[in-house]
Design a protein around this ligand. Structure first.
Ligand code: UD1
Length: 420
């Protein structure tokens, strides 16, 4: 297993290009299972999670070809040979659940192994199952797996009690081949939902309203192959924005959709960071004035993303004043706080809130990456901490960031990956 060694670095400077979105490409790859014909997915990020999804699709019977020279993935599923997501793959990546909707739509059957609770909360799938049941599937929850069967799926009105991203995606992917119309209310509105709907519509689906809280899906009898370019990763974008701010640097971030990172931009500005949005990209300038505290509440899109909460908290530990962060999306997403405090931060947890007293001098030490975004937060803290920060369990970080070390090094960060 590898480790990152991070040394206190100069303010980051230069240009960085954002990769395709992890959370967009995973459902899009799963949706390719619905096509009679080949799908080419372009600008796919090179990541561990994408690798796991390639393996999962291959085990189901898809022919998956990765073309690294132009970051594209070709998926062709002539025959489904196993309507199943096995435990070995699901335990590596919870997003494996996303093959459930496409499998039941295409074959009338799906069986998915269930992982135990994960680091950032229980992450139940009750809403995914509620949606599939409403479409007419018979769902059986066994020990460690869930199985769904349907002779045919029929469109329905479905209200989600919470705008779950995964449930919206799974239901949308099942409903595209259902008989009649499905109306999905209180749907998630994340940009990744819109990207998935655009992909499905290119395959011949009839989806309207993606990106709002009501999605209308008119079922069709068959979907065909297509080509699609994945949207840029808004969480990778946000991570580099915070990297520029925390090091009081100046970087230009290219291949971004600034609308997708509006809440992060708003909060950076409240802290005193200068943000310039142009056709070239987003420039983040962190050294114009001393940075100050701000408060954050995570919410479903277009609110502040839970996936940026930990990285932003590292920044708040370095600014003047005290900040309050409230995590509303996941119940246990504060695992990084213990590690940041070990580096000298002063953060107290009170229920869903975290109170951060800023302006502490952070000190490098040995820390553990407890999940993907928590790991990124520790790297950001390591860039401004005195001495050396050694981060273990970096496989979490490599699940979701493409060319992580290379991109940071190109901006002047002192970070290396070593084998344990
Ligand atoms: C997706 C993202 C993840 C992000 C999250 C929230 C992918 C691959 N992952 O995860 O990076 O942090 O959205 O923006 O896209 N919930 C239920 N019942 C359900 C489903 C979810 O109660 O059936 C709850 C969860 O426990 C959680 C909240 O809803 O508290 C949000 O989860 P959800 O939007 O489903 O997140 P994911 O799709 O798992």
């Amino acid at each position: 297993m590898g480790k990152f060694i991070v040394e206190k670095s100069e303010p980051l400077n230069g240009v960085v290009e954002i990769s395709g979105s992890k959370n967009a490409v995973l459902p899009i790859m799963a949706a390719a299972l619905l096509a009679h014909g080949s799908c080419e997915i372009m600008e796919a990020p090179v990541l561990r999670d994408v690798d796991v999804m390639c393996k999962l699709l291959s085990s189901i019977g898809s022919k998956v070809k990765t073309k690294y020279e132009n970051n594209s993935i070709e998926i062709l599923t002539d025959n489904v040979i196993a309507e199943e997501a096995p435990y070995e793959l699901v335990k590596k990546m919870r997003a494996s659940i996303l093959v459930m909707g496409p499998l039941i739509a295409r074959t009338g059957k799906a069986k998915i192994a269930l992982p135990g609770g994960c680091a950032i909360g229980a992450r139940p799938i009750a809403l995914h199952l509620k949606g599939l049941r409403a479409l007419g599937a018979e769902v059986k929850e066994g020990h460690g797996y869930v199985e769904a069967k349907a002779d045919k799926l029929v469109g329905s009105n479905i209200y989600l009690d919470f705008p779950s991203v995964g449930a919206t995606e799974n239901i949308m992917m099942a409903a595209v081949l259902a008989e009649g119309v499905t109306i999905l209310e209180n749907a998630a509105q994340e940009p990744e939902i819109v990207d998935l709907a655009n992909f499905l519509n290119k395959m011949g689906a009839k989806i309207k309203g993606a990106g709002t809280d009501t999605i209308k899906i008119e079922g069709v009898s068959e979907l065909h192959g297509t080509k699609h370019t994945v949207i840029p990763d808004r969480i990778e974008t946000g991570t580099f924005m915070v990297a520029a701010a925390i090091t009081r640097g100046n970087i230009l971030i290219k291949n971004v959709v600034s609308d997708h990172v509006k809440p992060v931009i708003a909060k950076l500005k409240e802290c005193g960071v200068k943000v310039e949005d142009s056709d070239e990209g987003i420039r983040i300038i962190g050294n114009i004035r001393p940075l100050i505290a701000t408060d954050i509440k995570t919410l479903p899109y277009p609110g502040f993303p839970t996936d940026m909460q930990s990285q932003f908290m590292s920044l708040l530990a370095t600014v003047k004043g005290s900040s309050v962060v409230i995590e509303n999306v996941f119940e246990n997403r504060y695992m990084h706080i213990g590690e940041l405090n070990r580096m000298g931060a002063n953060i107290k947890i009170e229920g869903r809130s975290a109170v951060i007293q800023g302006e502490n001098i952070l000190q490098g030490t040995q820390v553990v990456s407890t999940d993907l975004r928590a790991g990124a937060a520790l790297v950001l803290a390591g860039l401004i901490a005195e001495g050396t920060t050694e981060i273990s369990d970096i496989y979490h970080i490599e699940r979701g960031y493409s060319d992580f070390v290379e991109k940071f090094r190109s901006l002047g960060a002192k970070i290396v990956r070593i084998e344990d």
